[in-house]
Design a protein around this ligand. Sequence first.
Ligand SMILES: [Zn+2]
Length: 272
Amino acid sequence: MKTARRVAKRRALHIVQGGIDNGDKRWLERAAARGLTTDRWVVPKSALVGDEVVVYVRGYGLFATAMISSPPRPRKDWPNRYGAGLRSVRRIDPPISLGVLGRSVPGLQWTKYPRSITTPESGIADAIRQLVDERRKHRGAEVDEQLLDEAGLDELRALALAKASPRATAHRRQVTTRTRASAIKFYAVARANGRCEFCGHAAPFLKEDGKPYLESHHILRVADEGPDHPQNVIGVCPNCHRRAHHAKDKERIKTQMRKRVVRLERQRNGRL
Ligand SMILES: [Zn+2]
């Protein structure tokens, strides 16, 4: 007996690029909010109508998804580039950082040199789709402890603010609480971006992995019921950290640190 059943061909998934300075990122945000379309996004020449795209924005990660709505045509303003229509733009929030993507989809070689457009093979495309679905469902709270080291600032912040579901098992709640506590420490150091958030000096040295050495400090001690929240943690140099614990004027330092971090978080909220 002949097997006449035809397997529907899966739509391809293309990773494409979006810039910040050229307004792409702003456009994606507006397009997602208002259902805008474009007719000239740079895609691989082989792309077909109905294919999916994932847009990578440097410094953010996988930022949005969309669907190809018109066939690629040569761009008059850009030699050897093809522009196609996009519709159904949706944000990925927080964006999936390159570090988390690389660790979660190790077969995706593109993460090592993410400056071009690419069409990964179907197994890898499925892994990316799954990662995007997870992100949309859990909004960053799904990033586990093993990935903290690779996570981006937006992912760490999402994780720091995540709450354990009241329906989660006791074990799952405990894991979430622990991961959150670690995420908050990673987040404060990442937010500091190589400079002490208190005195403003550069980190005293680089670690073996090349990242600047800073410490995270709970402004109100957890034992004093200090909330485990991004507004209560500061990324500081070892000197300022010791000062905060032992200085004669540590109460004044505590007040100043608190003001500083509240301001930093307010700026960040304005940006997001
Ligand atoms: Zn300092």
